[in-house]
Design a protein around this ligand. Sequence first.
Ligand code: F3S
Length: 283
Amino acid sequence: MEVLLAKTAGFCFGVKRAVDTVYEQIRKQEGKIYTFGPIIHNEQVVQDLEEKGVTVISSAEELETLTAGTVIIRSHGVPKRIYEIIERRGLRCVDATCPFVKRIHRIVEQESAVGKQILIIGNAGHPEVEGIMGWSHTPAKVVETREEIADLTFDRSKSVCIVSQTTFNYNKFQELVEIFAEKGYDISVVNTICNATEERQTEAREIAAKVDAMMVIGGRHSSNTRKLYEICSGVCANTYFVQALDDLHLDLPASVRLVGITAGASTPNKIIEEVQRNVRINF
Ligand code: F3S
């Protein structure tokens, strides 16, 4: 069987960098290692790290109880106060915040320092957004929907700086900015969307349109993997959701000659390679 593997399948640059950072720290063996939150939403990876002695810290309170060790900040980033706790507790900090997220932290910190009000377009409950909020000198506001932005008010005597969560949809971001612009505030807009997600989706759609069957690898609970599956199913009727190698006991139609493969953002390379090898050999 011939295989067409998406170049953008699996980890984005920021997540790959963060996961590699943890393994690098394990190799260095410089004492106990903690990650602030799971480094990635993939159980196998988190479990493998646990077996290698890495502990996941899930709150600032937990961090306050530590007395020694290395704390790794994941790609989503964290509020400024987390760095302060790490320093105060005398812990070592290894910062794997994605540079695209770090850029937002810097913008928010600088703009709020000169008196601007901060508006973040994104999901208020998402750790990345919580992290961004934690760099503003003034209370930042977060909106995600048309209704929310329509109801939003700020102090008219000061400007508003608008940024976005990195994974927010660009068209929706523009639409929300347009609604807000009509309110007549003095605004500055910084498009801080990262296009890794969009590139992965575009490539998946292109490949699915060319192949006889398409495999989308990732966890059932991963929303970005489900989205990839949805996109691919729209252009290729033989699209399969593959969580693990066991799912490969498929009966592919006899006419299938070329199989496309893509994977969600939290799918490790090892699984992608295994699936690829299996498809080539066993079909
Ligand atoms: Fe990934 Fe960084 Fe973009 S974590 S999705 S490359 S902002």
